[in-house]
Ligand binder design. Structure first.
Ligand code: FE
Length: 147
C-alpha cells in the first residue's frame, strides 16, 4: 500500500477496466484520458438551473450553480469550487501549452482546466466538461416554467 497524504484519505481508486464499465465512452475519453468535449455541445454549458454539480464518476459535490457564470466559451464555467478541497489541480504541459488541469479530488477524474481570467470575487475560471459533471437540481426551487 502506498502512502496517502491526509488530503487524499478519501481517495477512490479504480482500475481502468472498472471505470470503463461504469462510464460512457465519451465520459471515459474525457475523464480518464483527459479529452475535451466540443464547445457548445455539452449538456450544461448554457444551464441556469440551480443545484450542485457533482462528479459524474464518483458523485463528489464539485461546484454550486451559485458560482456558475456565462463565460462565452461553450463550456460550463465556475469561478470557485463548492469546497476548497473538492477540486485538485495539476500543471498540464500537453498540446504545447502550460495549463492548470482540474481534477476531482476524490476519484482523480479529469474535469477541465483552470484559468485566471474569471470574474470576481476569485478571478478564476474553472472551464469544465459537461460530461464530467452531473447536476443534482435544487429541490427547493421547484419545477421551472420553461421546461
Ligand atoms: Fe470524482
Amino acid at each position: 500500500m502506498s502512502d496517502r497524504s491526509s488530503n487524499d484519505r478519501d481517495r477512490l481508486d479504480k482500475s481502468d477496466a472498472e471505470w470503463e464499465a461504469t462510464l460512457t465512452p465519451e465520459q471515459y475519453r474525457v475523464m480518464r484520458d483527459k479529452g475535451t468535449e466540443r464547445a457548445f455541445t455539452g449538456k450544461y454549458w448554457n444551464t441556469k438551473t440551480r443545484g450542485v454539480y457533482k462528479c459524474a464518476a464518483c458523485d463528489q459535490p464539485l461546484f454550486s450553480s451559485e458560482t456558475k457564470f456565462d463565460s462565452g466559451t461553450g463550456w460550463p464555467s465556475f469561478y470557485a469550487p463548492v469546497a476548497p478541497d473538492a477540486v485538485t489541480t495539476e500543471t498540464d504541459y500537453t498540446h504545447g501549452m502550460i495549463r492548470v488541469e482540474a481534477l476531482c479530488s476524490r476519484c482523480h477524474a479529469h474535469l477541465g482546466h483552470v484559468f485566471n481570467d474569471g470574474p470576481k470575487p476569485t478571478g478564476m475560471r474553472f472551464c469544465m466538461n459537461s460530461v464530467s459533471l452531473a447536476l443534482e437540481e435544487d429541490g427547493k426551487t421547484g419545477p421551472r416554467d420553461d421546461e
